[in-house]
Design a protein around this ligand. Structure first.
Ligand SMILES: C[S@@+](CC[C@H](N)C(=O)[O-])C[C@H]1O[C@@H](n2cnc3c(N)ncnc32)[C@H](O)[C@@H]1O
Length: 261
């Protein structure tokens, strides 16, 4: 029997247009493709590339914790690898950005001795830099999952951009919630106002997923954040409070340690 293998790919955020040549090749040539790529149009795109595409999206359910759904996805993907198939698993965006079953499938397949790899792809933050027109190298950029940011003792720098993912479900620790609620967003605003003034302008961002159409960019003061239209695809961008201050201590250290270089 042929030795099974696994390639995990991402299809990008914008349907079809951001799927790399490499990812497309693996989708087209796999014995079986498992997909979790989002809406019907994105699914149709993947189904158009290979006659043997199986959607795993039905594994999500209101009565099922997402952790159980992820285990079911991993089990299905690894089951096909163990059967000797060349398996491709396709997720939307970058398959390794805020996606548990992708990393875990690669890890477990390798632990069982199968060839397994993940390919990079266009993720939501890649779209942010292009659409909102800033370079993370200019002012610094830090990124957190929204619930992680709220419930943990995070030390972050308000003088760099703050990017918060999965804001729609902020505060949910059951992994059983699927719909947003303005009270969640109000809670997030309250936590952010511990550090930023209420009038600080923030942006709720949603990159375009269709080849035609533009990104949705809603900018409003932090105190009014709960009024924003928030969906499962929303990412919050909080601009810096102001310019970062140079550290006299560190500048002296650089002078001392690197003198003569
Ligand atoms: C489960 S994560 C998946 C991320 C995806 N793998 C990626 O590479 O961008 C879902 C979160 O990604 C962000 N996201 C997904 N689609 C987006 C879009 N079209 N525009 C902006 N952010 C998006 C949001 O923060 C959303 O809550």
């Amino acid at each position: 029997m042929a030795r099974g293998s696994l390639v995990v790919v991402g299809t990008g955020i914008k349907i079809a247009n951001q799927c790399t040549i490499e990812a497309r090749h693996h989708i087209e040539t796999a014995d079986i493709v498992f997909e979790v790529v989002g809406d019907k149009l994105a699914q149709n795109f993947v189904h158009s590339l290979n006659a043997n595409v199986v959607s795993l999206q039905h594994l999500y359910g209101h009565d099922t914790a997402r952790s159980d759904t992820y285990e079911a996805m991993i089990g299905t993907i690894l089951g096909a690898v163990r059967e000797g198939k060349r398996v491709c698993a396709a997720f939307y965006g970058h398959p390794g950005v805020y996606v548990y079953p992708s990393h875990e499938s690669v890890k477990r397949a390798r632990a069982e001795g199968f060839a397994a790899e993940m390919l990079p792809a266009v993720s939501a933050d890649a779209c942010v830099f292009a659409d909102l027109g800033f370079d993370p190298g200019w002012i610094g950029c830090q990124s957190f999952e929204a619930t992680d940011f709220v419930v943990n003792e995070r030390r972050f720098d308000p003088h760099a951009v703050l990017m918060l993912w999965q804001i729609a479900l902020v505060g949910d620790r059951t992994l059983r919630v699927f719909e947003s609620d303005p009270r969640r967003i109000a809670l997030l605003a309250e936590v952010l106002m511990e550090e930023y003034p209420p009038d600080h302008l923030v942006t709720v961002y949603c990159a375009a997923t269709l080849p035609i159409g533009a990104a949705q960019v809603e900018t409003l003061p932090l105190r009014r954040l709960a009024e924003a239209r928030v969906t499962q695809e929303s990412t919050l961008i909080v601009p810096p409070l102001g310019a970062v201050q140079p550290s006299a201590k560190r500048l002296a250290l650089v002078e001392e340690r690197l003198a003569g270089l």
